[in-house]
Design a protein around this ligand. Structure first.
Ligand SMILES: Nc1ncnc2c1ncn2[C@@H]1O[C@H](COP(=O)(O)OP(=O)(O)OP(=O)(O)O)[C@@H](O)[C@H]1O
Ligand SMILES: [Mg+2]
Ligand SMILES: [Mg+2]
Length: 494
């Protein structure tokens, strides 16, 4: 299958990622652990940009950038340096942002995603380091706001900006790219995507192979997908009415789901880039071998190994490796000699499905349990123990609990406040699988009591069989295995 891209869509992303796993900021010793702190409490003359303060580069920023570059299979510049991007705006009182201009540390990388027509490669144009400015908090909506508050806790946080080639051909591909990119960064342990403001995306998009429009500063992957869907529709409509698309910057209004023009590129500023005189150029070639040593097994490699080592399907391997903490949890479960295929089903399909359904995001794994938080309210948190999954998988493998009962156990643990082992939950809820003769008895009774349904089934109405199975489940209070019940009924009526 070859994807034709009938609307000539091209999407290129600029992704700002905070290296929020580093202990301190980029040019000063202020702690980067500010997310729960009061505004402007994690600041000093350097990150406030006060006159006379001098930056001291946090070497870990450069190391992390090189690590990212290697993971993206990019080229690392032999010599790299910083520039000043001059602009006047209250998010950076010193009047310029320290960034990299024509010497980005990383260039020419790639990321392989699941595209519209199978594997699809997205080129990485460049990735560079820069400092995060302070955060402006608009009171009310950005267009109507009467006032602005500024929090400089974020100011001076190390960022990596990654620019892709316009290689994505649909909003879905853009979202898949972002999911994959985030996953890689989390594997590298340089980034925690659950923290507020950790990843901000500018999405560039054009239709009919035309001029691009840039949508600035979108904070979620889903937001990027929605903004692009809207923007593509808007551009197509403009062209259909005989209009022209011009290079402009737009803002995505998450609430209304629309993009709004902010400025045209003619109004774009001239940033008067020049070399940052307070920071020396760096030669980093010698650092590369040691950093390469620290590269972990990356998602694609892990996925291939999982299929090979555990004999699981590609779908399961993909889902289990979509988060490093989930992959580690799964391996923790398998380490105890449980059936890896059953463990994959219960972890990837049921457990992960139930988490998504509840808007819970995986946030930690400590070797014993996997933790998760609510995506809208991080105060809501819970965890699931490796030992509980092992017990459940074994009970299921031994035929002691049915599908339905195992799902019920997982739900009970996710929703419960007190800790309980699966076997206790099963006992308390009476979920142990019914003995075979109990099921046989229920089948016989069901057939005797439901003459009409039996007749319909024998007359070819498959639906009636479902009804009969339902009756058996009811009689056994859901403890029968639905598949067994079905087989028994069919056999009886043959
Ligand atoms: N025709 C196009 N359609 C869609 N995207 C495009 C097109 N041409 C370029 N792009 C994308 O636009 C982005 C350009 O980003 P880049 O940072 O190089 O420049 P910029 O947006 O002008 O600068 P700034 O950093 O100030 O936003 C890249 O992601 C690129 O892939
Ligand atoms: Mg741009
Ligand atoms: Mg850019």
């Amino acid at each position: 299958m070859v994807y034709e891209n009938p609307d000539g869509i091209r999407i290129g992303l600029e992704i700002h990622v905070q290296l929020n796993k580093l202990k301190t900021k980029m040019f000063c010793g202020c702690s980067s652990d500010y997310h729960n702190a009061a505004p402007n409490t994690h600041t000093c003359p350097i990150c406030l940009g006060l006159p006379g303060s001098l930056p001291v580069l946090n070497k870990k920023t450069v190391e992390a950038a090189i690590k990212v570059g290697l993971a993206l299979e990019g080229e690392i510049a032999e010599e790299t340096q910083f520039h000043r991007k001059n602009y006047f705006y209250p998010d950076l009182p010193k009047g310029f942002q320290v960034t990299q201009y024509d010497f980005p540390i990383v260039s020419k990388g790639k990321v392989v995603i699941e595209g519209e027509d199978g594997e699809h490669t997205v080129g990485i144009t460049r990735a560079h380091m820069e400092e995060d400015p302070g955060k402006l908090v608009h009171i009310g909506s950005i267009e109507k706001s009467k006032g602005v508050l500024i929090d400089y806790n974020r100011s001076g946080m190390p960022l990596i900006e990654t620019v892709t080639e316009p290689d994505m051909r649909s909003p879905k591909e853009a979202r898949r790219f972002l999911d994959k990119f985030r996953n890689i960064l989390e594997y590298l342990d340089v980034f925690d995507g659950n923290l507020e403001g950790a990843m901000r995306v500018d999405a560039n998009v054009s239709v009919h192979w035309g001029t691009r429009v840039e949508i600035k500063n979108i904070s979620s992957h889903k937001g990027v997908e929605r903004a692009l869907l809207y923007e593509i529709m808007r551009q197509k409509n403009v062209i259909r009415r005989g209009g022209k698309i011009t290079l402009e910057t737009r803002h995505f209004d998450e609430g209304r789901g629309v993009t709004i023009s902010m400025r045209t590129k003619e109004e774009a500023e001239d940033y008067r880039y020049f070399r940052e005189p307070d920071l020396m150029p760096m030669r980093v070639t010698d650092w590369i071998p040691a950093i390469r040593e620290t590269l972990p097994e990356l998602p694609d490699a892990k996925r291939a190994r999982f299929m090979e080592q555990y004999g699981i399907t590609d779908m399961h391997a993909k889902s289990l490796t979509s988060k490093i903490m989930l992959a580690d949890f799964y391996e923790g479960v398998c380490a105890e000699g449980v059936d890896p295929k059953i463990a994959a089903t219960w972890t990837a399909d049921v457990f992960l499905g139930e988490l998504n359904y509840r808007d819970l995001a995986i946030s930690s794994y400590d070797g014993k349990k996997i933790g998760f938080i609510h995506t809208k309210d991080p105060e809501i948190e819970n965890s699931f123990k490796v030992s509980d999954m092992i017990e459940l998988v074994n009970l299921f493998a031994e035929g002691k609990v049915s599908d339905r009962a195992a799902v019920e156990v997982i739900r009970t643990i996710l929703d419960g406040k007190e800790e309980k082992a699966p076997s206790r939950i099963i006992e308390e809820k009476g979920l142990f699988k019914a003995e075979d003769d109990l099921v046989t008895k229920a089948v016989a009774e069901t057939i005797a009591e439901n003459e009409a349904a039996v007749k319909d089934y024998l007359g070819g109405a498959e639906k009636s069989l479902n009804f009969l199975v339902g009756q058996v489940m009811k009689k056994t209070k859901g403890t029968a295995d639905a598949k067994t019940a079905r087989e028994l009924i069919v056999k009886e009526l043959m």
